[in-house]
Design a binder for this molecule. Sequence first.
Ligand SMILES: NC(=O)C1=CN([C@@H]2O[C@H](COP(=O)(O)OP(=O)(O)OC[C@H]3O[C@@H](n4cnc5c(N)ncnc54)[C@H](O)[C@@H]3O)[C@@H](O)[C@H]2O)C=CC1
Length: 536
Amino acid sequence: MKDAATRSADGGAHGRGRDRGWFTPTQPPDGAGAPAPDGHSRPQEGSPPPGQGAAEAARPAARPGKWVAVRSVKPPAPAGPSPAPAPPPAAPPSPPPEQQRPPGHQWPPEQQPLAEHQPLAEHQRPAEHQRPAEHQRPAEPPPDQRFRPAPAPAPAAGAAESPDTHAVRSTLAELEPVADKATSYFYALLFIRNPDLRALFPVAMDTQRDRLFKALLTAARHADDAATLTAYLSRLGRGHRKYGTRPEHYPAVGECLLAALARYAPATWNEATEAAWVRTYTAISQIMIDAAAEDEEQSPAWWQAEIVRHELRTPDIAVVTVRPDQPYPFLAGQYTTLETPWWPRVWRHYSFSAAPRPDGLLSFHVKAVPAGWVSGALVHRARPGDVLRLGPPAGSMIVDHSTDNGLLCLGGGTGIAPIKALVEDVAEHGRCRPVEVFYGARHTGDLYDIDTMLQLQRAHNWLSVRPVVSDGPTRGLSGELPAIVRQYGPWPAYDAYLSGPPGMIRSGVDALVGIGIPSHRIRHDEIGGLMAASPG
Ligand SMILES: NC(=O)C1=CN([C@@H]2O[C@H](COP(=O)(O)OP(=O)(O)OC[C@H]3O[C@@H](n4cnc5c(N)ncnc54)[C@H](O)[C@@H]3O)[C@@H](O)[C@H]2O)C=CC1
């Protein structure tokens, strides 16, 4: 890695002067440029001499003991932007998209920031087939639906948008029509300038290849919402430990981010905008670095876990039980990320399907989805003795034990997994709070965990379990979960928990709010969501 970050406290851990502590130059002192996108070394386009960049002029004071980020990037000269970087080496076909958990309802799918960065991808055919000036046509229709920055949130009543946030959002608005090209350019540049970073990412990249870039942009967009942003970025920073992300990687990422913005948002890019982005990115990366450093003192970056039981419940659904190599603390209702030996560095999210157990075993419900290589491997290939890797636990869909409120639970498909864990958690706490579970499936045969749930119902008189079938014949309740729940109630003293497909979460939340449950008492999976329902 060329662009090691510095520790401002010691005047630069890598020999750079104290005055450059926050701002990491990429140019070697002799003035030779960083490798150009074509692989040759040449002077960095438009980068200001040390001490003259707008961003540098605007930089905040160095924070003692903190790792620091990025250098200044100027937009390419309008007359002749540099050729786009060549694509990195070809990689095997990408694993198709796969989702085992839904996003928070506040974020439509195309707006979700990354929950955990799935390191970038392969591909990056940045500007392949792209004429040099193409990126300067903001009027072009969006080339791809995969990347669409979320609309800027309206500032809270009475809260003015800060100048930095205004500048950042202006860039993002200009970037939107060419966001996919900017994403490609960003990753290509990142890997070409920093080949060693490529090893942190999966060999094959799927459609989530833009996750890191998108997360950075999303975080920047929400820079005014300090509390939400800090929670989100801290989790992101902790989650990045398992990829081998180190503080010195952040400046490299920041440089490429700024280069992509400068290139693909030329109309709004100027010194003031650049300075705003430098400050914003520095704040973002600092939160992530700090969270990772703090986490490092308490927790491993990942756990090894041996499969000890593998039960095929339907042709497509398995319950996989693992034994972690060291204690794995978590709360019922949380989820983790999981990597299989067959798809290195490809991590997928799964909820714990049981509350913490004295024997330390962890269970997951996995459904093999048509294009899901990880879930397919877990269902059809994994066997006892195979070793997986687990990331840290995350998620706030947990039971509030400070109240006697009842729990109204909607579990759709394999979304029943964390609901079962919540029920066990209530049972273990010994308080007889009413718990009403609506367990939805498309067909009766898809209710793969109904026996367990009915067994729990028999054991606990405060628990009621109602299977609901939406698409096939049934002797029980028929219809979609939200519509069915609306027929019951009222639920004046209940907290609601929803887990299942994104569409079910969205319509479920709408239905519950519609029947009078205040949104602060509604919890649901928060994967991908900055603004997931906050704990009641
Ligand atoms: N495996 C795990 O640990 C967890 C998985 N999940 C998520 O749960 C989902 C489970 O998928 P499947 O089992 O295939 O479920 P599915 O697609 O078969 O649907 C399950 C239930 O949700 C209802 N539903 C689906 N879309 C709906 C919509 N738009 N509006 C209202 N109701 C809707 C269906 O009618 C059915 O009752 C996946 O999206 C997965 O990511 C969520 C939490 C944990």
